[in-house]
Write a new protein. Structure first.
Length: 421
């Protein structure tokens, strides 16, 4: 049973009716992210969870071929039932590998709960009540101190929170994930603070399994060559499955083996894949590196933190929009509060301008345009003024558009007369 909820597809109910009906939903039913929930929200997968089936297929099928066609000869060649022991290790390690895969892909990787309002919305509301027209800025970045070093954290407009250090927003799952490493398509899940340990164990165990199958396929061919006194080509004709598995495991081991070595380096230096590719900590001091021994202890011997989300908890029907909405919309605000606009790129919040302010801005645009047309400036300085004027004009145009949109239903005729719109 799979259940997936897109907030945009949920019908919005009136508050009065929802209170009267008293209906409740689970958090996973109104979750804004692109996750797939199974068994009533007990398991959470990424939106590309179907890739897990392919990954399991690539693990199980070669091992089945190895157990059926290759180990049959090895059982007879080794004494004291050692051949059966070889088969048992391969099958047991395969089950262990799949268990780690499911453990990595079916749990919360470290998702941060979304905020229901931006950090400065309360301050902005207080200024609105006083009638003040100050411009409020929601800074994109803040500086925090980590191990005596300054680290810059970024504001997430989707989750409406300042991301903690090492946290990043996954564009595939649409969630902020703590200690974000990367989004792995092979496991169909983000790799973060709560499942990185299992991910590394899965990759390393896959490497060992490939080397195990590769080794005993070579042993099988050697046994055939010794028994029939033939060359390698004849041995491959006798056991073609061994040859196919040797080629397959040799190719795969370069991928998973290289990934294992790379993550061993990341663990020993306390980096994530995201940090390694973006910040290049080898070229500058890493604020999270506490020495190889402590770094390894942090990954493998520390307690995995509890999930910050209770996906099965109940939420009232009239509060469902708090989980399913990411950005505040000015059109939905009541008329007694001052309307706001939100610039996603620069994180700027500002109040709607009044008629007088708009007239002043309009006159400034006109004066700037007059300077451009005058042609009294040299070519070099004129180009600089063009560039600066375009930048200012873009901001003025934004304010103009905002003013027109907010008053088009109430005072359209007045604007047309006054400003010639």
């Amino acid at each position: 049973m799979q259940e997936k909820m897109y907030a945009a597809s949920r019908p919005t109910q009136d508050k009065g009716s929802s209170k009267a009906s008293g209906q409740t939903n689970r958090v996973y039913q109104v979750w804004k992210g692109n996750n797939i929930f199974c068994f009533g929200g007990r398991f959470i997968f990424g939106p590309d969870a179907r890739s897990i089936v392919l990954t399991i297929f690539l693990i199980v099928i070669p091992v089945l071929l190895f157990a059926v066609f290759v180990t049959q000869r090895l059982v007879n060649e080794f004494d004291h039932h050692l051949g059966y022991f070889i088969v048992g290790i391969a099958v047991g390690f395969t089950i262990y590998d799949i268990f780690l895969l499911l453990l990595t892909s079916s749990g919360d990787p470290g998702i941060l709960p979304r905020k229901t309002h931006s950090p400065e919305s309360e301050n902005f509301s207080n200024l609105s009540r006083t009638g003040s027209h100050h411009v409020l800025s929601c800074p994109l970045f803040k500086d925090v101190i980590v191990n005596g070093m300054i680290v810059r954290v970024k504001y997430c407009h989707t989750c409406m929170l300042y991301r903690p250090p090492r946290c990043s927003h996954c564009s595939i799952c649409n969630n902020c994930v703590e200690r974000f490493d990367h989004h792995c398509p092979w496991v169909g899940q983000c790799i973060g603070k709560r499942n990185y340990r299992f991910f590394f164990m899965f990759v390393s165990s896959s490497t060992i399994l490939c080397l195990y199958v590769l080794t005993f396929c070579c042993v099988n061919l050697k046994k055939i060559m010794a028994a029939y006194r033939c060359n390698l080509g004849e041995a491959l004709i006798t056991s073609p499955v061994s040859g196919v598995l040797i080629v397959y495991t040799f190719v795969i081991v370069w991928f998973v083996g290289g990934l294992t070595i790379f993550h061993l380096y990341l663990i020993s230096t306390n980096q994530t894949t995201y940090e390694n590719f973006r910040y290049h900590y080898d070229a500058k001091l890493n604020p999270y590196n506490r020495g190889c021994a402590q770094n390894i202890k942090e990954i493998f011997f520390s307690r995995i933190p509890e999930s910050k989300n209770d996906f099965r908890s109940k939420v009232k029907e009239d509060d469902a929009n708090l989980f399913s909405s990411s950005l505040p919309t000015g059109n939905m605000m009541s008329s007694d509060t001052t309307k706001t606009s939100f610039d996603v790129e620069i994180g700027l919040k500002r109040q709607a301008v009044t008629d007088d302010e708009f007239g002043y801005l309009h006159s400034q645009i006109s004066s700037v345009s007059g300077l451009e047309i005058s042609g009294s400036q040299p070519m070099r300085s004129r180009w600089g003024s063009y560039k600066g004027n375009w930048e200012m004009s873009a901001e003025f145009d934004d304010l103009s558009t905002e003013f027109r949109m907010e008053n088009m239903f109430s005072d359209t005729a007045k604007l047309e007369r006054k400003f010639g719109l």
